[in-house]
Design a protein around this ligand. Structure first.
Ligand code: BDR
Ligand code: CA
Length: 308
């Protein structure tokens, strides 16, 4: 069993990832932290708590994290993810977050579980960067750090050069990339971590409370076609799918840097793809996702959630 801490900004694809992690018997969710990103941190925290309540998993602790990026302007994406930052009807949660900042909670989890926990960050990297400042040896303490963000060798989705999570807090993304060989799962791979339109139909037709997975998969049409076809990419879910089945993603080692200044390249990943510098690789970069395997792992996970 892989124990995970999930740092999230739910966010519809975050919600799919959480549902898969709660469902699959090979993943144990030790806790979550929230960050402002797809919507305000008030909304992403509410959504995280409401997702857990919907699936009767209020035992999972949630810590509210950073409201704003490390530096610069804050920008949300309700037009993609829905009003309050998530699609589908979620009731107001009756539970509260724990009494620690999201970044502190990440450090606490690392201290408690050490090599028995993997940190997964799929929103702006603000909490994780703060956690690294509080505890610089965090990367050596835990089993691994996986992040969804960046576009190493392909175009961005928020700007021509940058993926949304990295664009929203490039300073934090840069700190995380420099912290000691994280696994970066960016658009290079996640565009192939997609579901089909038939799958959206099928999952919208599940019994309550699981029917909400359908709307979470169902992006607006202009977003669906970003990967090339019409099958929407469920970016964040690619990370947990890979932790369930290491055949889902293919990684290569590269040296990366993140552009932190404002301007055309804010949040862009500079990947030494041709190894033209002497810089040693500092990240494992996901360069491909196996769509078929991703879909199978998604189905296994949600089936297990429904049966739980
Ligand atoms: C990432 O940006 C967010 O909007 C999604 O939840 C995902 O984490 C994709 O670029
Ligand atoms: Ca996200």
């Amino acid at each position: 069993v892989t124990r995970v801490h999930l740092d999230v900004d739910p966010g519809s694809d975050d919600a799919v990832m959480i549902a898969m992690a709660l469902g699959h018997p090979s993943i144990e969710v030790a806790g979550m932290s929230t960050v402002g990103g797809n919507s305000t941190v008030d909304n992403t925290t509410r959504n995280a708590l409401a997702i857990l309540e919907r699936f009767d998993r209020t035992d999972v602790p949630v810590a509210r994290g950073a409201a704003e990026p490390t530096e610069g302007a804050f920008d949300t994406a309700e037009w993609i993810h829905g009003e309050n930052g998530i699609r589908g009807d979620l009731s107001e949660p009756t539970t509260e977050p724990v009494d620690a900042h999201g970044a502190e909670f990440i450090v606490q989890q690392a201290r408690e579980y050490g090599e028995d926990i993997t940190i997964v960050a799929v929103g702006p990297m603000t909490n994780l960067a703060m956690a690294l400042q509080l505890e610089p040896s965090l990367p050596e303490m835990v089993d691994g750090i996986y992040l969804m963000g960046g576009a190493a060798t392909v175009a961005g989705n928020k700007t021509p050069m940058a993926e949304a999570n990295f664009h929203n807090d490039p300073v934090a993304a840069s700190r995380v990339i420099q912290s000691g060989v994280p696994h970066m799962v960016g658009l290079d791979a996640t565009h192939d971590a997609s579901v089909s339109l038939e799958m959206i139909e099928t999952y919208s037709g599940l019994d309550e409370p699981y029917d909400i997975v359908g709307p979470w998969l169902d992006y607006p049409d202009e977003i669906k076609q970003f990967g090339g076809g019409m099958d929407p990419a469920i970016h964040d879910a690619a990370v947990v799918a890979h932790l369930i089945d290491p055949e889902v993603l293919t990684f290569e080692s590269y040296h990366l840097a993140v552009e932190t200044t404002d301007g055309l390249c804010r949040g862009a990943v500079v990947c030494d793809e041709r190894r033209v510098t002497d810089n040693e690789p500092n990240a494992e970069v996901a360069i491909a996702a196996d769509t078929k395997r991703f879909r199978e792992v998604f189905e296994e996970s949600i089936d297990a959630l429904v049966e739980s």
